[in-house]
Design a protein around this ligand. Sequence first.
Ligand code: ADQ
Length: 510
Amino acid sequence: MRLVIVSNRVTIPDRSEKAAAGGLAVALREALDSHGGLWFGWSGEVAENAAGAPVKTAQRGKVTYAVTDLTSAERDSYYLGFSNRALWPLMHYRLGLTEFSRTEYEGYLGVNRRFAKALVAMLQPDDVIWIHDYHLIPLAAELRRRGVTNRIGYFHHIPWPPSEVFGALPFSSTLIGTMAAYDLVGVQTEIDAANLIGGLRALSGASVDGDRVRVGRRQTSVQAFPIGIDVEAFRKLAAASVRAATLPIKTTRETLGERKLVIGVDRLDYSKGIVPRLEAFGQFLRSHPEHRGRVGLLQIAPPSRSEVPEYAELDRQSDEVAGRLNATLGEFDWTPIRVVKKAYSRNALAGLYRRAQVGLVTPMRDGMNLVAKEYVAAQDPADPGVLVLSRFAGAAQQMGEALIVNPFDTHEVADAIRTALAMPKSERIRRFERLYAVIDASDIGWWTQRYLAALSNSGAPRQTTPPKTGPRRSPAKSADGDRPRKPVKTMPAVTKPRRERAAQPGSSPH
Ligand code: ADQ
C-alpha cells in the first residue's frame, strides 16, 4: 500500500534538512517514508497561469512531493475567503465573525475540484489517501465523482461546532453531506465527534449507529483521535537548550533575574484568546499587588493571515492592551507584559517553556492546542511549572490535571495564575507526572499509527490499536542528564485517552 497525504500547504523539505524538530509535518513525513508515498497540496505560491500549469514534483527518499500554485483569485476565494473568513470562525463558534460569499464558496469548490483532477492523474489502485483539514472537506466527494474507489480518510484539526452553529452557513447541508464520501473522519475530541454526527443527522438526514453514519448509499465512521506531539524529542530539546544557555534563555535570565515568568505562545489568532489573556494578567496584578515587580508575562505571538482584516485588528488590539497595562501597572525598572511578534526556533521555545513557572494556554476555542502539550513536555521533572488551560481547548479533555479555567472569566484566569505561582512543589510534581504520562502515551507517533490502522480497518469490523507498548519512557530516567526524581506512577486511567476521559469532572469543556 502507498500512502497519499493531501493538505492545504505543502513544504518540500530541503535535501539537507534533518527531521529533528518533531511535530505534525515530521510525523506525516515519517509515515510517508515508512510506506512510501505522495504528499500533494498548495505550494504556497501564487501564479496567474496556475490552473493550466502542470503539477510540480520533487523526490525526497521514498516520498514524492507534488505541489500546485494557486491563481490570485483562487487564493482570495478558497484560502483567504471561504476557508479563513467563513469556515475558520464558524468552526470556532464565532458566528459574529463569519462572512459568507457565494463567489468565495464557488472558488473553494473550484480549488477542491482542481485538486481532485490533479490527484486522480497521480493515483495508483492500492493507494490509501489521507486528507487534512477544513480547506479540503469536499475533496473526497470530488474524487468519488471521478470514480476513485480507494480508501479515503479525513482529519479535521480544528473544532466542529454544534449543528445549530454549523447550520447557519449557507449550503451547510451540502458541505457536511460530502463527509460521507470518506471511509473515516477523524476529529480531535468526543465532543467534536458528537457535534459532527449530530450535524450529519440534522442537516443531511443521516442515519447513525454509534460512530457509523450513513448518508444515502455511502457510509462513513466518525471518531476522535486526539493529536499529540513528539514528547520525547521536545523534552530533550528543552533540557539541552537550558544546559547550553541558548541566546533567548541567556537573555531572559539576564532581563528577568530572579523574577518569575508566565508564558503564552500562540499564532496571533482571535481563537487563541490573547487579548483576554493580557487583560487577565492585568487583573491578576491589580488583585494581587504583592506580585508586582516579581513576575512578568512573555507573550510570543507571530502574526498569521495578516491579509484577513480581523487579524490586522487583533494585531492592533494586542499592542494597545499591552501598552495600556504596561503604562498603568509597570514601574521604571519592571515591564509586566512583553509581547513579541515573531517565530522562534523549536530549541528556543522549548527552553523558554522550561524557564516559565506558568504556561498560560487560554484559547476561547481550540481543536487541540499543541502548546499545552509542549509546555508540559519541556518541564524540569524535579521542579516543574504549572499549566493553566482553557476548558475550551481540546487538550483539556485529556489534561484535567492542569488548572482548568474559563477564558471568558478574567477573574478566574487571574486567580489561576495566583494559584499556579503559589503551588507547592509536591503538588506541581504530582500534576506534572500525570500530565506527562498522558501526553507521552498519546504522542504523535501513536496518533499517526492509530489513525492509519483505523483507516485501513474502516469498512471492516472495528479494531482498536493498542497504545504504544514496551517500557514507558520515564522523564525520571533520561539519559541526557535531567535531574533524577521518583518514577512516574502507572495510572491506566490516564495513560490512554479513552472515551470515558471526556466525562471526567474538571476536564469537560462544557
Ligand atoms: P494551530 O492553530 O496552529 O494548529 P497549535 O496546536 O497551538 O495551534 O499549534 C501551534 C504550533 O505552532 C505549536 O507547535 C507551537 O509551538 C508553534 N508556534 C506557535 N508560536 C510560535 C512561535 N512564535 N515560534 C515558533 N513556533 C510557534 C491547528 C489547530 C489546533 C491543533 C493543531 C494540530 O488550530 O487546535 O492542535 O492544528 O492539529
